[in-house]
Design a protein around this ligand. Structure first.
Ligand code: BGC
Length: 245
């Protein structure tokens, strides 16, 4: 079964038809730069274009980097504030003409990793973290998602954790891997005190470079790099949209 998955990010909006039974992309993905400012109307217009590109007639699953409850965005840390209070699902359905599901980006990536990637078959408590512009989080207990956890906004040393340890911060502050890993360790330790997870899955842009920092991270829980890289959001969003059928 195929469903259109779309990953809405700060710099690009990427879509692909996904085979939701085996978690693979059916055709090459299509990327359009995120319009600036990334208002709901402008962003949804891009999703309409992606939908047209694939000549798709069916449900659409879309990620968004914010708290999403019943289709409505409740936060907008690194995106246009006009999203707060917007029912993205309604807007998407109205403009595309098809049922749409909106889901937090890290939750979507986690869904894909738990079924087809690093979390496959893992029981107990799994915390997926994505390190990019912000830090996204997704929690699973025996494979069941606990949505909208937003650990990137946990306070560490008076700041949002993501403003100390996101992939973006490593680049902006020119931190070497050791310095950045110290910050990540502090964050992971905090997670362990509260949740005692069995496994951390580390995703986002830095997962490509796992070898450069994984040996510097020290946790009781196992740590694995995400396996699905850039496609996890698209695939997880499409998988979540099965609920629309
Ligand atoms: C947002 C989260 C998102 C994460 C990764 C954070 O700033 O609050 O909703 O999952 O960035 O994009």
């Amino acid at each position: 079964m195929e469903i259109l998955g779309v990953d809405i990010g700060g710099s690009g909006i990427k879509g692909a038809l996904v085979n939701v039974e085996n978690g693979t992309l059916v055709a090459e993905r299509h990327r359009i730069p995120t319009p600036q400012p990334a208002t709901p109307e402008e962003v949804v217009e891009v999703v309409v274009q992606i939908n047209r590109h694939f000549k798709w007639n069916g449900p659409i699953g879309c990620t968004f980097p914010a708290v999403i409850k019943h289709g409505v965005a409740y936060s907008a840390a690194n995106v246009d504030k006009a999203w707060i209070g917007t029912n993205g699902e309604e807007l998407l359905a109205k403009k595309t003409g098809f049922p749409a599901l909106l889901i937090n980006d890290a939750d979507a990536a986690g869904i894909a990793e738990m079924e087809f990637g690093a979390g496959n078959g893992q029981q107990g408590l799994v915390i997926m973290l994505t390190f990019g512009t912000g830090i996204g989080s997704a929690v699973f207990y025996n494979g069941q998602l606990v949505p909208n956890t937003e650990f990137g906004h946990m306070e560490i040393r008076g700041k949002d954790a993501e403003d100390r340890a996101a992939g973006r911060v490593r680049k902006e502050k020119n931190l070497n891997w050791e310095k950045w890993a110290e910050r990540v360790n502090e964050f992971l330790k905090r997670m362990e005190i509260v949740f005692s997870p069995d496994l951390f899955i580390l995703g986002g842009g830095v997962s490509k470079k796992h070898d450069k920092y994984s040996y510097l991270l020290h946790t009781h829980a196992d740590i694995k790099p995400a396996e699905m890289r850039n496609d996890a959001g698209i695939i997880g969003a499409a998988m979540a949209a099965r609920s629309l059928l």
